[in-house]
Structure formats: C-alpha cells, structure tokens
Design a protein. Structure first.
Length: 113
C-alpha cells in the first residue's frame, strides 16, 4: 500500500470517530505538531559543525538564526575544537524547490527577500 492510500484510509477512519475520540486525538495531534515544530527549529539548519546557534526567529517564510561561526582558516583564533568562534552573525534559511538555501544577513537582524 502506498503512502497516499494509507493517508486516504486514515482520513476515512477519522470520520468514524465520535466526539470524545476526536477531541482526544485533537489534543494528541496538537502535542505532536508542537514537538515537530520545536524539532525543526532546533535541528534545522544551523547545528552544523563549526557553528553555534545563539537565537532563532521565524519571519515570513524564512528562518533566521544568530550564529557563532568557525571560519576554517589555519591559525585563526577560532581554529580547533575549543577555538573562540566569530560573531554572532544572522543567517537566513529557506527552501527553494526542496533545496535548503542560506544567506548571510549581518550583525543586525533584518528581513531579506
């Protein structure tokens, strides 16, 4: 059975619920949605190696993260596992045709196009 037909079957089964069951499911789904939203905020996209996320904000369809970064230059103060990271700097993240895109924003948060 495909994912789509599983979803269609689930949708049909949902219409068979009584009011109490629907309310219970609504509460449980709300908790699931909140957990998934929190997970997407913390796991995407900045926890990559050499970056430390300081703050996260959603503006419009973009995710903005204030990050401390490691530049990668040999001998820099940020080099090594315990090096002092640069920043913090704001970066914008969004998806374009399913591909994750990012853009440097600067030291001050501003919405970009």
């Amino acid at each position: 059975m495909t994912k789509r037909s599983n979803f269609d079957k689930l949708r049909a089964d949902l219409h068979k619920l009584n009011l109490d069951q629907a309310r219970q499911l609504y509460a449980e789904l709300g908790a699931i949605v909140q957990a998934l939203e929190q997970q997407s905020r913390t796991s995407e996209p900045g926890g990559t190696k050499g970056r430390e996320v300081v703050e996260v904000q959603h503006l419009g369809d973009r995710l903005y993260q204030l990050e401390r970064i490691r530049c990668g230059k040999v001998g820099c103060k940020c080099a090594g596992e315990n090096g002092e990271l640069h920043g913090p700097y704001w970066y914008a993240y969004w998806r374009d045709n399913g591909k994750l895109k990012s853009r440097y924003v600067g030291k001050q948060l501003r919405q970009i196009d």
